[in-house]
Design a protein around this ligand. Sequence first.
Ligand code: AMP
Length: 407
Amino acid sequence: MIPQAPKGTDDILPPASEKWRTLLRGFEDLARRYGYALTMTPLFEATELFSRGVGEETEVVEKQMYTFADKSDRSLTLRPEATASVVRAYLGAGLQGVFKGYYAGPMFRYEQPQSGRRRQFFQVGVEYLAEPSPDADVEVIEVGYRLLADAGVTGVGVRLNTLGDPADRAAYRDELRSFLRGRAGDLSPDARRRLEGNPLRVLDSKADAEVVADAPAPIDSIGGEAAAHFSGVRAGLDRAGIPYEIAPRLVRGLDYYNRTVFEYVSADYTAAQDALGGGGRYDPLAEMLGGPPVAAVGLAMGVDRIVLAMPDPEPAGPDVFVVLADPQRRAEALGMVGRLREAGLWAEMDLGERSLKAQFKVAGRRSARLVAVVGDEWDEGEVTVRRMADGEESRVAIEEVPAWASR
Ligand code: AMP
């Protein structure tokens, strides 16, 4: 029996992989235009990074981590997210001052797999460190918004909220806890268990949506500075023309957030797992990891889900497919393919020894734009080029083919 890919993982093959390529290239270009530089961190980390950074009592750390002991009995974990790693890297390298990094890669969470919820999934993200201005929040939100717009995802909106500062959050946690205790009879068993340790997690619980709808919201108990920051973020989003709605009970699952939190959803793509990405400000994280305070804001976009919401791309094929009318001229044909590629064109040739008709068939299947026939004309320094859209044929001088095909 052929071994199968592990549950909750995917092989990304053509033609579906074409959407991935479009999205990943688009993301790199976009991140660079906004001034973010490639940042790569290990796929596995000391388990402690996540228990301290993401938070002991979060769903991710409690239930979803791929944790194992290596041969020297160190506890390691496949990264469930990349933000803690980026901050660890920044602190570890002794960096100071503003840092803008982008990353792209797989993350790992032991979840109940379904469409758009995988055990190995792919995130692209940016982290903007050491910049407390609300305009940094706006910039980060804009990057995610543009990514989705450029990918052709329609109906995109931002859900926005503020958690206030850590002291606000502590006060809010107490308030929420007493509210939930008052409704304990209506809560799911999970929520009853959580409400003592980490009541904010109850806000994420679908089973308790009805109770949660009446719960107090963080925004009602935030201090003056956090409120001013939030106004700044809202003003910036208005200026940038990014549509958003306030989602008063959006808290997001990880412990390191303060102030701004946000998620992207698409009205036209309503799967059960509808957040296409999200992020927020996480000023407390550097200190949670034992470093100095470092203001920070970032986002992570779920590529598996975005790809599901993307329109199908226009079918693309080679600029030129070279076919061999005379098997004796194989070397010349290969030389022509090489020159076309050097000229920056997408050129292909069937390397099997197939008939002319069969080669044309392959060219058609590959959606080639032009077919260049290497045959007897070669002796006169020419090839026959056929435009596949309408079948029109022209004789073209060999050295002119790259320029001809670039038109
Ligand atoms: P998070 O790191 O939890 O803030 O998630 C950020 C984004 O990553 C989410 O909005 C999803 O788009 C995506 N994501 C998170 N978990 C998964 C998963 N298990 N499978 C696929 N995408 C995910």
